[in-house]
Design a protein. Sequence first.
Length: 408
Amino acid sequence: MTISRRDFLGTAVAGSLSLGLLDSKGNGQESKKNEAVPSGKRPIIICAHNGYNYLDDAYPFLAAGGDTLDAALKVVKGPEDDPNDTSVGLGGLPNEEGVVELDACCMHGPTRRAGSVGGVRNIKNVSQVAKAVMNHTGHVMLVGEGAERFAVAQGFPRENLLTEHSRKIWLLWKEYHSTGDWWGPGLADPHWQPPREKPQVGLWQERYRRLDEIAANLGIAPEFRNEAVHKVLFPPTGTIHCSALNDKGEISGCTTTSGLAYKLPGRLGDSPIIGAGCYTDQDVGSVGATGSGEENIKVAGAHTIVENMRRGTSPQDAGMDALKRIARNYNNDMKKLQFVDMVYYILRKDGAYAGVSLWDSYEASKPHTIAVHDGTKRQEKTVALFQGASRDFPPDPKVPAEVMKEFK
Ligand code: ASP
């Protein structure tokens, strides 16, 4: 494969240039048209930032000949089991009725199979249930009660996934709650209006104080109150995707999540959707996503990126194209796109990889990263389509800086 100096240098600058490359229809010009990108190292695992701590076990397992899907599942089991990760598995923030509903899918490249589960209650390791669907049924996807019953039949224990910590945050959300929820109109509604931008210091101080008081009444310990208040005002997102490639070139991927906090019961995001939250093709590579699930479903993000790479587009450009499609779906209206965010984790069969995101950070000071282990474990910043930080949805006027400072 030809390697040019520009290929190595291109990665660092493409993100900052790419916004300017969108044309008026948002079709975008390729920032680096189909240039050859050097192969990476094998074996390699890439995943979302919350998988970082679990790469230490999974990488040696993969390097010693362990199956690629099992290696990826080892990584995502970490956050699924961790009660303090409020975006995945046990301790995930619940839906609007206080029930944790989990989504997951997986694809096994070498055998070209897939499994998926959605809206599963009471079972923590849904990524493994997705694998069981793949291994033990003639189906690809099971949802809801049927998926739960299948998991129990397969020996997965039923347990209460709502930790005290998450229950209290949900109660705080319930008690405080106003109109800022997931009921319509959504971002895609033609009548949707962005919030008023005028900072309202008094209003925000009042909100924080009220929430702090309710949190105290609910028995949320003082050291957790600020976190709880933030999770009510700005419902967090979070998920983990992981793709693993061995030295023989076998590749697999999986994605698992509790989905959007306080979502409507029964809502499925992109994570269990083969082709959106995860897509693996043994001939090409493996891609996963975290972020605004509804937007990712509409562009079939993971599949789009794999297909771009099949045609010879570099991992980074393949991902940028999917991000531009998301922007195009909103006619590049930045008033709306500021509330959308997306990260793609892209691994090509030869070990080349990229992490790309719609925005470079999700709060002013928190850049999007991907975790990588190819013999060296590290976190790398993603390459972003837009510079700056996304804003949380449901929207609210920006919190004035002085209020943020007071209550952080
Ligand atoms: N993509 C997930 C979903 O929409 C959420 C996330 O990744 O934060 O359910």
